[in-house]
Design a protein around this ligand. Structure first.
Ligand SMILES: [Zn+2]
Length: 255
């Protein structure tokens, strides 16, 4: 298809441009996981950051100002999930709306909690910048708003928002469904072992379970592997391994 050909050519060109030193400083400050990537993963991630910054529309809301820091930091979170997949998993994502902090839907009941992030079915992600920064600068706590929302994007890229992204082979779907359902049921039953590594919010529905499990997979892989080995294995088969492995001590064990 001509569009695919054009896009591939344009992406090659974008990846071939030198990575701005100022962007490296932004990543060092806001995305500490990048420093722990091996050389191949790091090169791939930086190229994907360039592609995402070039292609996605970042839209300011609520008085936010969109700077390179905002673009590069959020692109790094998105790129992290696809280091061993492909950045084209985000092709349906067109707009990233950024608020300065937790926002409320206009007209929403004030008793409702403020929203930290959302992924819409029509290709829009909405993020609260302060929540993004807090999640990314605390890499070992198992909570990362940006990773959570981009997991939702991967989930719905196959058309359904159901806790199952497009897997690598048709025979992967059955074990995925069985193991995700088992984990979801355990979390709903308030299983204490699982609750130590998965946020309770994952018990909301299957889509939230996948997003919360993805946060744990990237931020606390050692804990997740110990407490839910089958769940860990399914996520590893999809994501191609946590990238990067956690720093020694951050997760209670060496990488
Ligand atoms: Zn969610």
């Amino acid at each position: 298809m001509i569009v695919g050909w054009w896009r591939r050519r344009r992406r090659r060109r974008v990846r071939g441009e030198p990575f701005p030193p100022a962007w490296l400083e932004i990543l060092a400050r806001n995305a500490p996981f990048v420093a722990r990537l091996d050389a191949a993963d790091r090169a791939r991630l930086l190229g994907d950051v360039q592609v995402l910054v070039a292609e996605k529309h970042f839209i300011a809301a609520g008085g936010m100002e969109i700077t390179d820091e905002v673009r590069v930091t959020i692109a790094a979170a998105a790129a992290r999930l696809v280091i061993h997949l492909d950045v084209d998993r985000y092709d349906d994502l067109t707009e990233i709306v950024v608020y300065p902090s937790a926002y409320r839907h206009p007209g929403a009941d004030p008793a409702d909690g403020a929203v930290l992030g959302e992924a819409h079915a029509w290709g829009v992600v909405v993020l609260a910048w302060d929540a993004v920064l807090a999640g990314m600068r605390n890499p070992g706590d198992g909570h990362c708003t940006a990773v959570h929302e981009f997991a939702h994007v991967l989930d719905r890229a196959d058309g359904a928002f159901d806790g199952a992204p497009e897997l690598h082979a048709s025979e992967h779907y059955r074990p995925w469904a069985t193991i995700m359902q088992h984990g979801f049921d355990r979390l709903r039953r308030r299983d204490r072992t699982l609750r130590r590594v998965l946020r309770e919010y994952g018990a909301t529905n299957e889509a939230e379970f996948f997003a919360v499990a993805t946060e744990a997979f990237f931020e606390r892989p050692g804990d997740l592997r110990r407490r839910a080995p089958a769940l860990y294995a399914e996520l590893e088969r999809f994501y191609g391994g946590p990238a990067p492995r956690v720093a020694p001590g951050a997760d209670g064990e060496a990488p």
